[in-house]
Design a protein around this ligand. Structure first.
Ligand code: HEC
Length: 137
């Protein structure tokens, strides 16, 4: 985000890429299929997450697991992160639909999760955030 001008210039390409990644993951929630999501808004929203979640190629976690490549990743699979029993007991991968439901209300979706975050109520916020998570940073 340091090179804001560059970000703006390439943002259309990144949006396309994110849409392609989301589309490639099979059934996508209808509101995620649109390619009109705003990655830059998503990046700003990620500030709420970044205090706990690194998202980079080091793979190193913080108070929350590293979220690099989280869409399509096995649930509770960050190296060495001490997940709750509730989250590590979940099978499968983080599809866009599952992330959407989890981020709307983390503690309702996974009772017993230790993620201390109330959730993002606004579906457009979740959509933009998911586009950002599907993008290359
Ligand atoms: C206060 C710290 C905190 C905040 C803020 C937070 N999280 Fe988390 N997050 C955690 C913790 C801790 C876990 C592990 C939860 C568990 O083991 O039950 C987690 C787990 C997750 C997972 C599952 C990761 C995996 O490896 O399966 C995702 C996805 C996630 N968070 C996304 C987000 C997003 C997106 C935001 C911002 C909207 C956010 N979190 C905000 C602490 C946080």
């Amino acid at each position: 985000m340091a090179f804001r001008g560059v970000t703006l210039m390439v943002s259309k390409g990144r949006r396309l890429l994110a849409a392609m990644i989301l589309a490639g993951l099979g059934p996508v929630a209808p509101h995620l299929a649109a390619d009109n999501c705003d990655i830059d808004r998503g990046a700003r929203l990620f500030a709420k997450c970044a205090m706990c979640h690194p998202r980079d190629e080091t793979g190193v976690s913080g108070a929350g697991p590293n979220l690099a490549g989280i869409i399509g990743r096995t649930i509770a699979d960050a190296d060495g992160f001490p997940y709750s029993v509730a989250m590590s007991g979940m099978d499968g991968i983080w599809t866009p639909e599952r992330l959407d439901a989890f981020l709307a209300a983390p503690m309702a979706y996974i009772p017993g999760t230790t993620m201390g975050f109330g959730g993002l109520r606004n579906p457009a916020d979740r959509e933009n955030l998911l586009c950002y998570l599907a993008s290359e940073q």
